[in-house]
Design a protein around this ligand. Sequence first.
Ligand code: ZN
Length: 449
Amino acid sequence: MASATPTTLKIEGAAFAVTLDPARRVIADASVLVDGQRIARIGKADDLREVQAERTIDAHGCVLLPAFVNGHMHISYAHAVRGNFPDDFVGRERLREVFRLQSAMREEEEYWTSLLAIVELLKSGTVTFVDPGSTRFVDACLQAYSDSGARVISGTCVVDRESDLALPRFETPEALKRTAEFIRAYDGRLDGRLRAWAMPFSPDTCSSELLSGAHRVADEHGTWMTIHHYGGTTAQLDNIGALGSNVLLAHAPGISDDEVELIAARGASVVMCPSTTLKEGSRLGDRKLPELLARGVPVGLGCDSANSSNFLDGVRMMNAAALGFKDGRGDVAFVPAEQAVELATLTGARAVGLGSEIGSLEVGKKADLIVFDALRAEWRSLLDPLNNLVYSADGRSVRYVVADGRVVVDDGQVTFADERQVAERVQAISEELLARTGTRVNKGRWPIV
Ligand SMILES: [Zn+2]
C-alpha cells in the first residue's frame, strides 16, 4: 500500500550517477541521499560516507539515472489484446479496432490491464507517464496508481464530430463539461502525483469550438491539454487560441518548418513515439524532432501502446529515437546518446510541465530515480555509461526504482503487485474480451501445433 511516511534512503557507491544537472555532470563513485519525497544530497561516495539512513542500497557497479518520463502511453486496454494485431495491420483499419476494443473494456478489466502496464513501465524505469485519455474507469484505476507510486497524467478523451472510430462523442458543451469535471475531480490527487489534463482527441474528430474550449478549460484550471496532432493543422489550432505553453502535441507527423516555428513561438511541447513510427514504416526520419529541439521546443518520447509500439521499456524507447533518426536522416550526428537520455528524462519532464520537479538528480527535486545493475554482460565494459545505456542495455537491468522517495522496484521486482498473478489475470481477461467482442484471434502466420 502507498505510504507517505517520510523515510531516509541512501543509495551508496554507484559506479556512475548521470545527474542531468545544468552542467550535465556524471559523478563517478556516487551516493545519493533521499529524505522523504526529495533528493537531499548527491555527490561523491566519500563525501557522504558518514551519512546514515533508515535504508541503504548498495549500488556497487550500478548506474543511477533520473526515472524516465513517457509522454504518450495509452495504458488501458492494450495489454488485454497485445499481439493480436499482425505487424502489417496498420493505419485507419487498426485504429478502428483499437477503439472498438477499448470501448468494450469493463471496469474491473481496466484495473488489471492498467496495473500490468504500470508494472511493465516501472520495471523498465518509467515513473511518469501521460495516458492520453484511454482510461475510462479512472476511479477503479486509482488504487493501482496509488499503490505503484507512479506519476500519472490522465484525462477524459472527448470528441464532438462523427467518426469511424468508437470514440466518446458528445455535444460540444457536454464534452467541455466532462473535461472540466474530470480535471476538478482528479487534478492534484495522490499527493500531487495524479495530474488531470484536457484531452480532446484530434483536430479531425473535434470541432474548433471543442478544441478552443478545452484549451480554455485547461487555462482556467491551471492545467494542460494534449491532443493527437498532425501537419497542416497547427495554424488553425493557433488561430482558435488552442496553442499555448500548456499544450502537448502528440506524434506530430507531417509538420512543416513553418509549423515548427509556430509551435516554438507559442511555447508548446511535442511528444513523439519513435518505436511506433518505425514499426509502421511511416518514416521516422521525416519527423521534425531535431528541428523542434533546435528551436528550443521541449520534446518528449512516448511508447504509444502495448499494441502499436508494443514495448513500454524506457531504454528501448531511447534506443529507437537514437537509431531511428540516424538511419532516417542518413547521418550519425542525429540524436546522440546524450540527447536521447535528455528526451527520456529532463526534456521529457519539461514537455509535460514537470521540469522543475523531476527529470534530473538534483538536491530539492522529487526522488524519482533508477538504479541500473551494470554488473551484467550487456553493460560491460563500462567506460561511458550513456553510450552503454542507449545502445547496449535495455530495461531488464533496472534493479531498483524510487518513485516520489519510495522504493517501488526492489531488487528487480515491483513491491506493489504480484507480477505473475497480474499477468495470468490479464491473460484470462484477453480471452474473455476477444470472445465477447467477436474479435478474430491472431494466431500468427506459422502453425501452432
Ligand atoms: Zn495516442
